[in-house]
Design a binder for this molecule. Sequence first.
Ligand code: ATP
Length: 135
Amino acid sequence: MKTVTVNIVTPDGSVYDSEVTMVIAKTTSGEIGVLAGHIPMVAPLAIGAVKLKKAAGTTEVAAISGGFIEVRPDKISILAPSAEVAASIDIARAKEALARAEGRLQKKQDDIDFKRAELSLNRAMNRINVHEGNI
Ligand code: ATP
């Protein structure tokens, strides 16, 4: 099966750079599956898991906190504010972030703070799900 290079880049640098046969990502308008040779495309990403299928039949997973996917026939770039492959997720930190966000959501506050807490909760839940393989 044909492969395509996938690079996941954050402001801290590249967190993933490998050949895969398929990428499954959650865009803001739904899940997409991209194979090698796909026509060029750019789409905004939701907070979610990116699944990276390898030629050997294995699948790697990364937690992505939004950003964009840029598809070219021979290369897929994911540019995200933050992203972690499953093995590098600190589960205790994600659980603390989840508890903090839940606490903030229970307090009465303005719309901006509510939205920020909601996004923080989504990032934490996404990391927990990716770490635990619930995707
Ligand atoms: P926290 O409140 O724990 O910082 P956050 O969602 O606000 O979580 P981000 O702003 O998305 O964090 O990310 C800041 C940096 O910390 C990024 O480099 C991100 O990869 C890293 N990071 C955040 N949470 C975790 C985690 N649970 N495990 C590993 N790295 C993490």
